[in-house]
Design a protein around this ligand. Structure first.
Ligand SMILES: Cc1cc2nc3c(=O)[nH]c(=O)nc-3n(C[C@H](O)[C@H](O)[C@H](O)COP(=O)(O)OP(=O)(O)OC[C@H]3O[C@@H](n4cnc5c(N)ncnc54)[C@H](O)[C@@H]3O)c2cc1C
Length: 348
């Protein structure tokens, strides 16, 4: 079923809790709905200015008081087993399912692979777009295929995981032409029936007594996240505001020298080996540059995790957040020679 809501409030559509209005909010359930929407002349007024798919808006920053187009939100919430063998189960999950609801269900059923992603806000459709990750696991690790509707060609398509070009918080869906054309309608994921615990990241292993207890792993992840991240029901945020930068070995030495010139000790700077160089911790850079708890208007840097910018008192405007982000980017550039890029998507 399609529902078209004109002049929709943005407040319930973004976890940063930025107020505003979208010309239209269009809710749909499946590819047939999308096809009807695009071929029905009665809906033409709503789709005229383009369609922007959203989930729960937990990675978005609406930068203007009015979004001059139509937001497209999947409301379907089904998950079904489509294949099973002695080692694994393959599920087809609608794009509109809340990711943490899926994870809770899988943990209850003893299906392994996504327990480390517990409590990440958002929908399953967006998780496949974003390649969400936490505690050493990425969503791509379980994705087998993504079912989409192509709004340019007005037909459905299925992308095998090998066609999605997954990377760090990246996929084909984040780049043109797919970004403008493909609406994710459901995701197929394969999960293991026997324990495959991934406890190598951070303090996770010290919190789990029995590594074959999937529910204990989920609870440990949840308590770790609650100890440092804002609760989106209480404080507006969009999670990590910046991506962790990746630099070459050569650049690393320059970064250390520049930091030393600013009296910043980099001897304990976290540096991780990745395929295309060295990954730095954006949180560490922001912390050492002195931004923890900093404020700009009603926006602030979260004290327990400086990578997170928050709507401190619920009254922040997008301009407050953008300004704070700019000040941080400029300062990190000056002190470390590293340009932070946003993980959060700015919506014009
Ligand atoms: C407190 C907090 C903690 C977080 N922690 C993490 C974390 O640990 N790891 C992590 O990776 N992320 C984290 N995030 C970021 C966020 O949860 C993820 O990016 C999530 O996948 C966004 O889901 P969403 O449904 O809210 O998508 P939205 O923010 O609404 O959209 C995100 C992107 O996906 C696209 N999209 C959404 N639905 C569809 C669809 N059906 N078809 C095509 N494109 C679509 C949108 O156009 C947009 O480009 C956190 C956010 C918050 C607020």
């Amino acid at each position: 079923m399609i529902t078209i809501k004109p002049d929709a409030s943005l407040l319930p559509l973004n976890t940063m809790r930025i107020d505003g209005t979208a010309n239209y909010l269009i809710e749909f359930e499946n590819a047939d709905d999308l096809h009807r929407l695009l071929t029905d002349s009665a809906c033409e007024y709503a789709v005229r200015n383009g369609l922007k798919p959203i989930g729960q808006g937990s990675n978005l920053l609406f930068t203007r008081p009015r979004y001059d187009g139509a937001l497209l939100k999947c409301t379907a919430g089904n998950m079904a087993i489509i294949a099973e063998d002695c080692d694994s189960v393959t599920l087809r999950v609608d794009a509109g399912v809340e990711l943490d609801r899926l994870i809770a269900r899988c943990c209850d059923d003893g299906l392994w692979g996504i327990e480390n992603l517990s409590l990440i806000p958002g929908t399953v459709g967006a998780a496949a777009v974003q390649n969400v990750g936490a505690y050493g696991v990425e969503f791509k690790d379980v994705v087998r295929a993504v079912n989409c509707y192509n709004i340019a060609e007005r037909k459905t398509c299925t992308l095998d995981v090998s066609e999605i070009a997954y990377g760090y918080r990246d996929s084909i869906f984040k780049h043109q032409p797919a970004k403008q054309q493909l609406i994710v309608t459901s995701v197929e994921i394969r999960l293991a029936k026997s324990p495959t615990p991934q406890l190598g990241y951070g303090h996770l292993s010290s919190l789990v007594a029995d590594s074959s207890d999937i529910k204990a792993i989920r609870q440990a992840v949840i308590s770790l996240r609650r100890s440092k991240l804002p609760d989106v029901d209480e404080t507006g945020s969009a999670g990590s505001f910046f991506k962790n930068p990746i630099v070459s070995d050569h650049r690393l030495e320059e970064i250390r020298s520049l930091a030393a010139a600013h009296h910043i000790d980099t001897s304990a700077m976290p540096v991780y080996d990745v395929a295309d160089g060295k990954k730095l911790s954006a949180a560490w850079l922001i912390d050492r540059a002195g931004w923890k708890n900093a404020k700009e208007g009603h926006a602030a840097v979260w004290g327990l995790q400086p990578l997170v910018l928050v709507n401190a008192d619920g009254k922040a405007s997008a301009a407050d957040i953008v300004r704070l982000a700019e000040l941080i980017v400029n300062d990190i550039e000056a002190k470390f020679g590293v340009t932070l890029s946003p993980e959060v998507e700015y919506i014009p």
